[in-house]
Design a protein around this ligand. Sequence first.
Ligand code: S3P
Length: 174
Amino acid sequence: MHKQQKINKKIALIGMMGSGKSTIGYILSKKLNLRFVDIDKKIENSENNSILEIFETKGEEYFRKIEEKITIREFNKNEEAVISIGGGSFLNKKTRNTILKKSISFWLNWKSETIIERIKNSKKRPIANKLDVYEIKELINFRAKTYVKSNFKINCENLSKNQIVKKILNIYEN
Ligand code: S3P
């Protein structure tokens, strides 16, 4: 990737719930000395409510509208940043096009079994809460067809957090 393209370009972390976007994003932002933005947190702050509560009281459609608005706003800011987006956000075409235009995107890819193990008992995740293991697997396969549109796919299985960060930095800095 040519250096010129990176000016004011953000790093976007894409992937399923439980793929480590927030953790990896935070470490990356420290290493690069950039602002770290966790879109889920931005939504919670702007709504003054937890993601779970927003889903329960206002429904998914409402959540997706706010998610689109906040995600696009963050990607349109004229500054560099590392941004971790919600697992469903990249499925929205308008959001995805903005992310692809404004950032270098990395899909944190794991085996379905690993993701399922991490999210199946999560109480905080409204999407995972209502699905059984088979349905989560279906969702992972379905979303993978869109996640693959990210600029880079990082196969994270068997890698430590630092190794994942190194892989991303190698691509970003070269
Ligand atoms: C969602 C993922 C969550 C959050 C919401 C919906 C999804 O974000 O935005 O619960 O549809 O996959 P994380 O991927 O950060 O857990």
